[in-house]
Design a protein around this ligand. Structure first.
Ligand code: HEC
Length: 258
């Protein structure tokens, strides 16, 4: 008898318990909050509206003309201007690690079509799932292709190939192209020019190197007590002409020079 009683009591308890879980209404209030200013941010969250700006957006665009630290100057190419593509180049030069990184990026983004051996036989194409033959970088048609044209293909896409501009920043695009050019140079292509220590390309490099130098010169005099400043190579006016920014390019804090 006692046993039956306790089973009934337990059953009732469970039923009431379950019923109270689902009261049929949707609860919108979280109840008591232990630390409200952690639950409700005092700062404006990204993507929320904001009465402080005319466009009501909290997320702001970078100030016009600014470049994020570690990023390169804009390339000023215009989509479709194929003449400009062909002469566009870079003074970036890459060390062995950066070349390896170029190969890694190629294998992530390009090899699926262009093939890990750069012969256009990537798995997407050879499986028949992608109808358009990707460029065979070992073919004479591509071994002498101007680097700027390759850069444009990555930035804007080419026919069936989509743009990789959002996946690869300018420097990464050049790393990938350097990797392709390296393999091509070993397969009858032009001499490899992206190696560290190679002469920087194009005397044109100076034109964008100058604003960089002016910026540096405009900073307060370097002081040994501020390590960041000490690390900035301050150009002497005499050195400006003969030394383009190639050296600090290779360290990534990069001013594109062309
Ligand atoms: C989805 C497949 C696909 C992927 C991924 C792909 N490509 Fe292509 N790519 C193509 C095809 C197809 C062509 C041939 C376009 C044409 O000439 O019609 C091509 C052409 C090119 C060309 C020659 C452009 C020219 O002007 O003829 C270059 C350079 C190139 N790709 C580089 C790359 C690089 C670098 C990557 C990786 C960042 C990449 N591609 C990723 C499919 C792809």
């Amino acid at each position: 008898m006692n046993k039956i009683k306790s089973i009934i009591v337990a059953g009732l308890g469970i039923t009431i318990g379950l019923m109270s879980c689902d009261s049929g209404e949707i609860r919108r209030s979280p109840g008591h909050i232990y630390a409200p200013d952690m639950t409700y941010s005092r700062a404006y969250d990204a993507y929320t509206s904001n009465p402080n700006f005319a466009d009501s957006q909290t997320s702001r665009l970078p100030v016009t003309g600014t470049i994020a630290r570690g990023h390169m100057m804009p390339d000023h190419l215009k989509e479709g201007d194929t003449t400009a593509y062909k002469t566009y180049t870079t003074s970036l030069r890459f060390n062995a690690d950066e070349m390896k990184e170029g190969g890694r990026l190629f294998n992530i983004y390009c090899a699926i079509c262009h093939g890990p051996n750069l012969d256009g036989q990537g798995p997407l194409f050879s499986s028949g799932k992608f109808a358009s033959m990707p460029a065979n970088f070992k073919d004479a048609k591509y071994t002498h292709m101007p680097v700027g044209q390759m850069y444009a293909a990555v930035k804007y896409g080419k026919n069936m190939m989509g743009s990789y501009a959002s996946q690869l920043d300018s420097r990464q695009r050049w790393m990938v192209i350097a990797y392709i050019k390296k393999v091509q140079s070993e397969n009858g292509g032009d001499a490899f020019i992206f190696g560290e220590g190679a002469a920087p390309a194009a005397p044109k490099a100076d034109t964008t190197a100058k604003p960089a130098m002016t910026m540096v010169a405009a900073l307060p005099a370097p002081s040994a007590t501020i390590p960041v400043m000490a690390a900035v190579p301050v150009a002497k006016p005499a050195a400006t002409k003969s030394k383009p920014a190639a050296k600090h390019n290779s360290h990534g804090n990069s001013m594109e020079s062309n």
